[in-house]
Design a protein around this ligand. Structure first.
Ligand SMILES: Nc1ccn([C@@H]2O[C@H](COP(=O)(O)OP(=O)(O)OP(=O)(O)O)[C@@H](O)[C@H]2O)c(=O)n1
Ligand SMILES: C[C@](O)(CO)[C@H](O)COP(=O)(O)O
Length: 227
């Protein structure tokens, strides 16, 4: 199979308002290392020829410099300034994609991503153009409209994860579209450009650290993973 350059855009440009911590959640401690360290480590462990683009608020560049050298030996890590929304942070990161590549876009706050899911996304994107990890819903869901609410069939819905992975020739033109608040992930942007996105099975453990409880869960999952 054809091989491609691999580039991971890890977005960590948010402020973590739902976490409510004094420093953004991507820099909080998770089992002795910053959350973001675990995320970068997963990509570097998946491929030894991957390039990492780390998108951060400029004021926080100093937070990663103490440990970045650990990864700069095996991977080439570039720091890029974050944007106003996740979409703008991804767009800033994409400026670094200058050659035909498979591009992973991953939330910096999903530190439990496995190397096998990263590799699966790469292979699927090579053949299908894109790979979007999804998991099933396990709760019942209801649609709320004003004062009314009604049950809906959860089999018709999936929970969307990252890394959302694409051939660069799909992703780069899509990110020239004007921003729309509905662009909460890359699949939505690429779909707006006219592509059908390809879903792959995600992982229950690939949680997004959003609120304080998620950090407790991530810590337990990491202990189990490393035991
Ligand atoms: N302007 C932004 C906003 C978000 N992100 C990143 O996108 C990922 C998913 O976003 P989310 O969990 O919503 O993070 P925050 O925006 O930081 O959190 P909150 O919405 O609670 O403020 C995170 O890794 C976050 O750092 C980013 O790079 N740039
Ligand atoms: C990209 C994402 O993680 C897929 O589930 C999600 O859309 C990010 O949403 P957020 O509101 O920025 O946390």
């Amino acid at each position: 199979m054809e091989q491609r350059n691999k580039i991971a855009i890890i977005v960590a440009g948010g402020s973590g308002s739902r976490m409510g911590s004094s420093i953004p959640k991507q820099f909080l401690d998770l089992s002795g290392k910053p959350v973001l360290w675990h995320t970068v480590n997963a990509f570097v462990s998946a491929f030894n020829d991957i390039r990492i683009v780390l998108v951060l608020p400029e004021v926080h560049f100093g937070y990663v410099e103490p440990w970045l050298h650990e990864f700069n030996t095996s991977a080439n890590v570039t720091l890029v300034k974050g944007g106003e929304t996740r979409f703008h942070s991804v767009r800033n990161g994409l400026q670094e994609v200058k050659m035909p590549s498979v591009v992973f876009v991953h939330d910096g706050v999903r530190p439990l991503i496995s190397t096998s899911l990263i590799r699966t996304c790469y292979e699927a994107a090579l053949t299908k153009g894109s790979a979007i990890p999804v998991i099933d819903m396990k709760d019942s869901i209801r649609q709320v409209e004003g004062e009314e609410n009604k049950a809906v069939d959860r089999e018709q819905f999936k929970i969307i994860q990252t890394p959302q992975t694409f051939l660069s020739e799909w992703l780069l033109p899509a990110f020239e579209l004007p921003y729309d608040p509905l662009f909460t992930d890359e699949a939505t942007v690429v779909e707006r450009q006219g592509h059908r996105v390809h879903l792959v099975p995600g992982e229950e453990a690939n949680i997004k650290i959003t609120r304080p409880l998620d950090l407790t869960i991530a810590s337990a999952l990491l202990k189990e993973k490393n035991s």
